[in-house]
Write a new protein. Structure first.
Length: 285
C-alpha cells in the first residue's frame, strides 16, 4: 500500500497556455482613477458614471451628457456638419482631427442644439474632451456663438457644459479670437435679459475658463472638477509660493466665491430644472 502511494506520480500545477487563460473582455470593466476600484462599466453607467466608492465623476461624452440632462426625445442638434479647416497649415492637424472624428463619431469638440428640461425649452451646448481635449478652435467658437444667437432669437435660456484644455494651439490666434467672440455673444444675451447657466466639468482650463465658461449668470460645477487658467506649476513658479493641495478644484473655487454651487451629477438635472422654473415659471420668458 505504501509502495502504491509513493509510486504514484505527483501532479504539479501547470501554467495555462495563452489560449486557456480566462481574460476579461475589453470594454467590460474599468478602474476608477481616484480610488483604484475595479468595477463593471455596465454598473458604472447605471450610476451616471459616478464611482460608488469615492464619488469620482468620470467623464461623459457629449451625447451621454445630453441624455442625462434633457427630456427624452427633445434634443434637436445645430450645425452638426461643421468641420474645422487648417488656417495655419499646422503639421498633422488635419490627420489628427480626422482620427478624432473617427474615434468619437463627432465632427468637432462641441455639440449644440435645443431641447427641453422639465418641459422648459432650452438652448444647450456640451463640450466633449475626447475630441482634441475639448480645445476651442474656430468651429467650436462659431458653434457656441450660433447657439447663443439662437437663444437670443428664440427668447430662450442658454446652458453650456464646458470641458476643455483651452484654446486650440493648432489654430493660433484664430482660436484666441473665439474667446472674444463667445463673450461678446453672451453680452448680447445678457442685454436681452436671458438666462445663461454655465456648468463647468472636469477639466475646464485655459482660454475656455477665461472666457464664456466663467460668464454665467449662475456658475455650477461638478464635484472634484479641475477648473483654472494656467497650470499649478506655472503659477507656483510665478508667485514663488506653494499652493494648497485642493487648488483649482470646484470645491476650492466655491469656497472662494468663484462658483455659485457644486452639484453632484445625480442631482444636476433637478437643479437645472429648478433654476429654469424660477426664471421661466410658465415655460417661457
Amino acid at each position: 500500500m505504501l509502495r502504491d502511494i509513493f509510486s504514484k506520480k505527483k501532479k504539479y500545477a501547470t501554467i495555462p497556455s495563452e489560449q486557456a487563460k480566462q481574460e476579461v473582455p475589453e470594454g467590460l470593466m474599468t478602474k476608477c482613477p481616484q480610488c483604484k476600484t475595479i468595477m463593471y462599466i455596465k454598473e458604472l453607467k447605471k450610476n451616471n458614471l459616478v464611482c460608488e466608492g469615492c464619488d469620482y465623476h468620470h467623464r461623459l461624452s457629449s451625447y451621454e451628457r445630453l441624455e442625462l440632462t434633457l427630456d427624452p426625445g427633445s434634443f434637436q442638434e445645430f450645425d452638426a456638419d461643421m468641420i474645422a479647416k487648417d488656417p495655419l497649415e499646422f503639421p498633422s492637424y488635419l490627420e489628427k482631427s480626422a482620427q478624432d472624428r473617427e474615434k468619437t463619431k463627432l465632427n468637432e469638440a462641441v455639440v449644440t442644439g435645443e431641447g427641453t428640461i422639465n418641459g422648459i425649452p432650452t438652448v444647450i451646448g456640451v463640450m466633449d474632451a475626447r475630441f482634441r481635449m475639448g480645445s476651442m478652435g474656430s468651429v467650436v467658437g462659431e458653434k457656441i456663438t450660433r447657439a447663443i444667437e439662437r437663444a437670443i432669437e428664440g427668447d430662450k435660456p442658454f446652458i453650456m457644459f464646458a470641458a476643455s484644455g483651452g484654446a486650440r494651439m493648432q489654430e493660433g490666434v484664430f482660436s484666441l479670437m473665439q474667446m472674444a467672440k463667445t463673450s461678446a455673444a453672451l453680452n448680447q444675451l445678457h442685454e436681452k435679459g436671458l438666462l445663461f447657466i454655465s456648468v463647468l466639468t472636469h477639466p475646464t482650463t485655459g482660454g475656455v475658463s477665461a472666457s464664456f465658461a466663467s460668464l454665467g449668470d449662475i456658475n455650477i460645477a461638478e464635484p472634484g472638477a479641475l477648473i483654472g487658467f494656467a497650470g499649478r506649476r506655472i503659477i507656483e513658479q510665478t508667485i514663488r509660493q506653494k499652493l494648497p493641495d485642493d487648488f483649482q478644484t470646484a470645491e476650492f473655487l466655491l469656497e472662494h466665491g468663484q462658483l455659485d454651487q457644486v452639484v453632484s451629477r445625480h442631482n444636476l438635472k433637478e437643479t437645472l430644472g429648478t433654476i429654469l422654473a424660477l426664471h421661466y415659471p410658465n415655460g417661457e420668458e
